[in-house]
Design a binder for this molecule. Structure first.
Ligand SMILES: O=P(O)(O)OC[C@H]1O[C@](O)(CO)[C@@H](O)[C@@H]1O
Length: 616
């Protein structure tokens, strides 16, 4: 395509170049772990390590290795910094892992696990069923280099979709595709309706990269909160007529997204607008959403692929279409991701920033998620990176069982906002309080575009303060034995953002292998969805019972116990109380006696009798 492959081949070289000689810490991997003596390692390890090591979390080894404490001697620390500094020259990206205290002994112990992890991710990229529970391939790496897709038809699908996205975005921005009844004569706003992986990437990228005056501004409905939905629609005001509504859902059946769509369609009807002329769907072929969009003749439909998970979908239509419509260079995002993919395929630990990150996570969290990952970008535009990573890391790694069916309750908690702002919120606790975290600093070297900086005091710019705050916090935390990683980029650009996304996608994949879990399913989410469905089903029964009592003459207010009994659900009395409390707060149930603060005093009825429902 003129699109992805052309783009990739036109870039100077996608192979990482390094300005230092790297002494391999890991050799070309194989599952057998040979006797070795590593010149980079202070400790030389010899002897066979049981293959089973890659399936267990040898925390005992970690604890032993950790006994030494963190290096504090400035000269030794500087040597460690230089020795372990990773640089991706073309991307201008650095990774400093020197403030994580892993020992050479630990690195050696981890080698067989990494061999297995590199092999697993290589197999994944070649099209293995890397998500065994769902029987799916995992192909988000192919999105930025379609030639890697294991089947020619997948390559065609990826390339065609990217071309279609670019063309559609151009046509919308130029006004060739326009809303039927807008005075501006072109689309000015995007309303993106989606949740989880169908929102977090687009939100992060919009915040990071949208220009100050984008061709289309974007807002999001990412919940089933009526207040939040009303707010977004009210903010659009008359511009609803020039709003392109992008409904994003891989499954096409997520309730929050469906509700958002129904609410927006109602707003369109009330404004006398034809939704189908302004609606776009991004979803799997033949999903409920896809069929709705096709039957109703929406403006456009773009595919989500079965082999791309929601949380790794930023480089699919999910992330690329909204970005392109905001004037963001999506081809550059793909190049950045592709360059990072190339770098993170290396089986040499020091050459592979994703493997280095996974190593640090394992060390810091004892391989069992014992510490939280605090993400601190010192750049306002990267504010949403931690939220984006929260889903990527926690939905991928937070698993009850490992691949062999052992209960492991894995995961790493992720939180954070931005520095230096968070220094005035919770960094007090990080420095001095409970020691249950490690920090990832994200440093952006360029403060402002060239020629725009000024000194607010002699020799000091505003950005120098930000820099000082980052360095000061990093040092202060380390002095108190709080570990940190620092990722440095030159600027926040489509290329560097693409690279950051790819870096963390690969780190999560590798880490999942290190702890032997499936990173690509989310069985836990289903339990909450199922329970929510049961609550709504119970609410229907409560309504029917109250309706019947409210249709009597005179009306028969009921106690909670009576409602529960008539619903044949005495064991659900607490949930019935919560349902009635919620309905009462929204004027859908009326309180005849008592109040919600004393549940046993309550008697309730409905303001209106619904005869149709009574005789249904
Ligand atoms: O894109 P969909 O199918 O609407 O799903 C939204 C989100 O819901 C989940 O399936 C579960 O939370 C996420 O993995 C996903 O990103």
């Amino acid at each position: 395509m003129a699109a992805l492959s052309g783009l990739c081949s036109s870039s100077p070289s996608l192979k990482p170049k390094h300005d230092r000689v790297v002494i391999p810490l890991f050799r070309k991997y194989s599952l057998a772990f040979p006797t070795r003596s590593n010149s980079c390692s202070k400790l030389s390890v010899s002897g066979e390590v049981s293959a089973d090591l890659s399936k267990t979390n040898s925390v005992g080894v970690l604890k032993k290795a950790k006994q030494g404490g963190l290096e504090k001697d400035p000269k030794a620390l500087w040597r460690r910094y230089v020795d372990w500094l990773y640089q991706h020259k073309e991307l201008g990206l650095y990774l400093d892992v020197s403030r994580i205290g892993f020992s050479d002994e630990f690195v050696a112990e981890m080698e067989p696990r990494f061999h297995a992890a590199f092999q697993a991710i290589e197999d994944l990229e070649k099209g293995a069923i890397a998500n065994p529970d769902e029987g799916r391939m995992v192909g988000h790496y192919w999105l930025r280099n379609a030639k890697l897709a294991p089947k020619p038809f997948l390559q065609v699908q990826i390339e065609k979709t990217l071309d279609a996205i670019c063309k559609f975005a151009d046509d919308v921005i130029s006004g060739k595709i326009k809303p039927p009844s807008s005075p501006e004569g072109r689309f000015t706003q995007i309303l993106s309706v989606g949740i989880g992986g169908s929102a977090l990437g687009p939100q992060f990228v919009a915040e990071a990269l949208a220009p100050d005056n984008p061709p289309l501004k974007i807002r999001f409905i990412d919940n089933t909160d009526p207040g939040g939905i009303d707010h977004q629609i009210a903010q659009l005001g008359p511009e609803l007529a020039s709003t392109l509504v992008i409904v994003i859902s891989k499954s096409g059946g997520t309730p929050e997204t469906r509700n958002g769509l129904l609410e927006v369609q109602k707003a369109f009807r009330e404004a006398g607008l034809d939704f189908s002329k302004q609606g776009v769907a991004i979803t799997q072929e033949n999903s409920l959403l896809d069929n709705t969009a096709r039957i109703e003749g929406w403006v456009a439909r773009f595919p989500m692929f079965d082999w791309v998970g929601g949380r790794t979908s930023e480089m699919s239509a999910v992330g690329l279409l909204p970005a392109a419509l905001q004037g963001i260079d999506i081809r550059e995002m793909l190049v950045g991701a592709s360059m990072m993919d190339n770098a993170t395929r290396s089986s040499v630990l020091k050459d592979n920033p994703a493997a280095l990150l996974a190593l640090c996570w394992y060390w810091a969290c004892d391989g069992v998620g014992s510490k939280d990952m605090v993400i601190l970008p010192y750049k306002d535009s990267l504010l949403l990176f931690s939220r984006y990573l929260q889903q990527l890391v926690m939905e991928s790694l937070g698993k009850e069982f490992d691949l062999d069916g052992n209960r492991v309750n894995q995961g790493i908690s992720v939180y954070g906002n931005k520095g230096s702002t968070d220094q005035h919120a919770y960094i007090q606790q990080l420095r001095e309080g409970v020691h249950n975290f490690f920090v990832t600093f994200i440093e952006v070297l360029r403060d402002r575009p060239p020629g725009h900086d000024w000194e607010l005091e002699p020799g000091v710019t505003c950005g120098d303060y930000l820099f000082g705050m980052l360095q000061g916090t990093r040092s202060a935390l380390y002095a108190n034995d709080r570990e940190s990683v620092t990722v440095t980029v030159q600027e926040v650009t489509p290329r560097s953002v693409g690279a950051l996304v790819a870096l963390y996608e690969r780190a999560v994949g590798l880490y999942a292998s290190l702890v032997n879990i499936n990173a690509y399913h989310q069985p836990g989410v289903e339990a909450g969805k199922k329970a929510a469905g049961e609550v709504l089903a119970l609410q229907k029964r409560v309504l029917a019972v109250l309706n019947e009592a409210s249709c009597k003459d005179p009306v028969e207010p009921l106690t909670l116990e009576e409602v529960a009994e008539r619903c044949h659900a005495p064991e659900d009395i607490e949930m019935i109380y919560k349902i009635i409390e919620h309905m009462a707060a929204n004027d859908r149930a009326l309180i005849a006696e008592g109040d919600c603060g004393s549940p046993n005093s309550l008697k309730v009825f409905l303001g209106e009798c619904n005869l149709d429902e009574l005789y249904a």
